[in-house]
Design a protein around this ligand. Sequence first.
Ligand SMILES: Nc1ncnc2c1ncn2[C@@H]1O[C@H](COP(=O)(O)OP(=O)(O)OP(=O)(O)O)[C@@H](O)[C@H]1O
Ligand SMILES: [Mg+2]
Length: 245
Amino acid sequence: MSAAPVLEVRDLTVEFTTDRGTVRPVEGVDLTLRAGEMLGLVGESGSGKSVTSLAITGLTEHTGGRVVSGSVRLGDVEMLALTAKERAAVLGRDVGMVFQQPRRSLNPTMPVGHQIAETVRRHCGVSRREAWDRAVQMLERVRIPDAARRAREYPFSFSGGMAQRVMIAMALACEPKVLIADEPTTALDATVQATVMELLRELQHDLGVAVLLITHDLGVAWGRATEWRSCTAGRSSRRARSVTC
Ligand SMILES: Nc1ncnc2c1ncn2[C@@H]1O[C@H](COP(=O)(O)OP(=O)(O)OP(=O)(O)O)[C@@H](O)[C@H]1O
Ligand SMILES: [Mg+2]
């Protein structure tokens, strides 16, 4: 029997009002992500992938858009019905997020270990000491060499690939059920892309986290799909396609 869905999106439609009228880049999207699965959301640039991921995390209003219909269930919780405060508690604890520009997501004025520890303290409710230990462990887990020392360094001393591994460490530090990775390798060069994808696949497997992998690069998604023989293709929306790995 297949695992229970950790994320279930039904009939999701997002609207923006622009100078040229109303646009609906996301219309009637359905997605089901089960525990331990990796679901690739693939589509050309502008097809609505990021709008979908922001709607899933309940952040549409920050982009000036509106969710006009649909449901986003994270386990038993309806994300679209949460207040901003309730949502903030869920994000970070149950949902980790990784974006395209790791450097832009990191605070340049704070050592990376402190940034991870801060997130851990806020979302996992542990002591300062435990949060720091968890930060170092997670940096080791994403294979940052000499993690205890590197944890005290600032983002500028990390390469793009290392900065993305730091973001992955931060996103997974509270052992979320779901990781949403929006173009996690797009800003990286080809060899680094491969190592970051390998790491994501390994963590998905070892930690049992379900991953929604968003990419415009079919090679990234299908590259994974060929490696995992159990892949099946399905339709997720009129514009973007999904493939479960
Ligand atoms: N804040 C906004 N205001 C108006 N329209 C928007 C806004 N954000 C997104 N859109 C519309 O939604 C469409 C989809 O945008 P989205 O960022 O989801 O694309 P994407 O599939 O993630 O593309 P990429 O691969 O380039 O990241 C855009 O083409 C644009 O028309
Ligand atoms: Mg995008």
